[in-house]
Design a protein around this ligand. Structure first.
Ligand code: NDP
Length: 258
């Protein structure tokens, strides 16, 4: 049986063709900064039309401008995953339906770190916010967009996990628990759609990456010791594009574990 390391290797070694995502419509949450921004720019560079989902419109506008300046295609879809209700989710699904009638990729990337500390002292409202943004919002967005993913000839639904979602670490509280939930949601959905050849569902653990969230979790870390989001882009493109056809129900590592 193949290990996670075996299954992750083709992703870690992938070098995408210039037009690898041509013709694909790919939605990314948290596309305004960090890993989401880098993947959005990379997907557009490789031919995808990217739907930039996020809560800070100014950041999304910046990414949109960069994509357009490079000759790519993108649209902004403002959505605050903490506060959005059924009308906002339905509006997004309706807009994608009207524009394309399908969705070829969905990367659930947005997340909140919350406050690290002992569970005994965790602030209950903060716990609920983290669980909602990191897990429940991913379920709801998947639920409303699954009909569009099923309408694609080759769709990839990607969740974002963490090593804190595979082993319980002291003081990682709601963040770690939400990522355990993401692992469960990935497996559950992958089984529910195992009969479909045109839809794969996986999770990616980016590993230590130089972003605002990482800085908040490890303020004393030497930032030069960890990779920039840009260096992981090809791995995300492997998962979102045709190269990962046939792979489903997996939780993969973008970087070999440290
Ligand atoms: P960042 O904090 O840099 O980016 C998080 C993104 O999520 C931001 O774009 C942020 O938007 C968005 N977001 C947060 N809350 C909401 C909300 N309520 N509604 C909509 N969007 C929201 O983190 P990373 O880029 O590091 O993280 C990306 C993913 O990778 C996350 O799922 C994280 O858990 C995971 N990960 C990261 C690791 C790392 O070392 N960096 C390691 C393991 C996993 P805004 O800019 O407006 O705040």
């Amino acid at each position: 049986m193949k290990t996670r390391a075996d299954l992750s290797l083709p992703m870690q070694q992938h070098v995408p063709a210039g037009d690898e995502l041509a013709g694909r419509v790919i939605a990314i949450t948290g596309a305004g900064s960090g890993i989401g921004r880098a993947v959005a720019l990379g997907a557009a560079r490789h031919g995808a039309r990217v739907i930039l989902i996020g809560r800070t419109i100014k950041k999304l506008e910046g990414v949109h401008a960069e994509i357009e300046a490079a000759g790519g295609g993108a649209q902004i879809a403002p959505l605050n995953l903490e506060t959005a209700g059924a009308p906002e989710y339905d509006q997004l699904a309706a807009a994608i339906t009207q524009a394309y009638g399908r969705l070829d990729g969905l990367l659930h990337n947005a997340a909140l770190l919350g406050t690290l500390g002992p569970v005994e002292q965790a602030d209950v409202p903060t716990w609920c916010r983290v669980m909602h943004v990191n897990l429940t919002a991913g379920f709801v967005l998947s639920q409303v967009l699954l009909p569009l993913l099923r309408a694609s000839a080759d769709a990839s639904l990607v969740f974002t996990t963490s090593s804190a979602g595979r082993r319980g670490y002291a003081y990682w509280g709601a963040y770690g628990v939400s990522k355990f939930g993401i692992e469960g949601l990935t497996q559950t959905l992958a089984e529910e759609y195992a009969h479909l050849d045109n839809l794969r569902i996986n999770a990616i653990n980016p590993g230590a990456t130089r972003t605002a969230m990482r800085r908040a979790a490890y303020p004393a870390e030497d930032v030069n010791a960890i990779v920039a989001p840009e260096s992981l882009v090809n791995r995300y493109l492997w998962l979102l594009g045709p190269a990962s056809r046939g792979v489903s129900g997996q939780s993969l590592d973008a970087q070999p574990p440290r």
